[in-house]
Ligand binder design. Sequence first.
Ligand SMILES: NC(=O)c1ccc[n+]([C@@H]2O[C@H](COP(=O)([O-])OP(=O)(O)OC[C@H]3O[C@@H](n4cnc5c(N)ncnc54)[C@H](OP(=O)(O)O)[C@@H]3O)[C@@H](O)[C@H]2O)c1
Length: 247
Amino acid sequence: MNNPFSLEGKTLLVTGSSSNIGRKIAIRCAEMGAKIIVVARDEERMKATVADLAGNGHQYYAVDLSNAESIANLAEVLPVLDGVVLCAARFDSTPVKNIKRELVQDMFNTNTFANFDLIQKLLKKKKINKGGSIVFISSVASMRPYKGNSLYSATKGAINSFSKVLATELGSQRIRVNCVHPGIVPRDGGVREGALTVEQQREEMAKFPLGMGETDDIAYASVYLLSDVSKWVTGIDLIVDGGQSLI
Ligand SMILES: NC(=O)c1ccc[n+]([C@@H]2O[C@H](COP(=O)([O-])OP(=O)(O)OC[C@H]3O[C@@H](n4cnc5c(N)ncnc54)[C@H](OP(=O)(O)O)[C@@H]3O)[C@@H](O)[C@H]2O)c1
């Protein structure tokens, strides 16, 4: 049977695919037939991701995306891509009054500037095919205020704005640019550093209209945006949060 969500013949870069959401995106995209390029810092965890990918021909690159030179080197060695998922990020929950300048710099380097830089370099080197798809993994925290999230939300808010302008600039090449906004999803294999405890997360998620989600919810939303099914979709904010942002 014809699968409209097939990613057969596509080569996709997924940053932050050594763990949790990014890892699940890589796994589901490989199941749909894509060749995956895994990018993160931790080589052992990337190897584990690659080992779990269906099919063959997948690759990984150990890169610290907070470093501009490393991004330039990565763009140099990457093949031409049909899709890019920008998922790498770090979280922080420091209250505004305690935020230091170094933390601002580091958060923006990793969550924001790395993505701007990587996309710009790929475009300059013509490494994103016509008809390609760029997916930014943002957050509902970029749209709704949560105590302690000021810096994290700001780094993601910049992504939201950037992606809309990029969508207008790349439309003529039929390259689509969209954001996925996850709500809180339980972590595959433990709690995220600096975030809520497991108990606090469960209490929060119990309030969502659809209760608790999973990393697959984000992964399949990404598959939709990477597949040709969404060929007339650009500049959107796809909120995948079980209704978290409604309450
Ligand atoms: N989990 C949630 O509830 C939730 C909710 C809303 C939005 N999101 C967003 O979804 C995305 C994934 O979240 P997650 O929970 O899966 O996070 P995670 O488990 O902490 O994974 C973050 C990924 O980014 C990579 N990474 C971090 N800093 C990096 C750097 N400097 N260079 C290269 N890679 C780097 C990490 O790999 P290494 O450590 O190996 O480098 C890891 O693969 C993030 O953009 C996050 O903001 C998550």
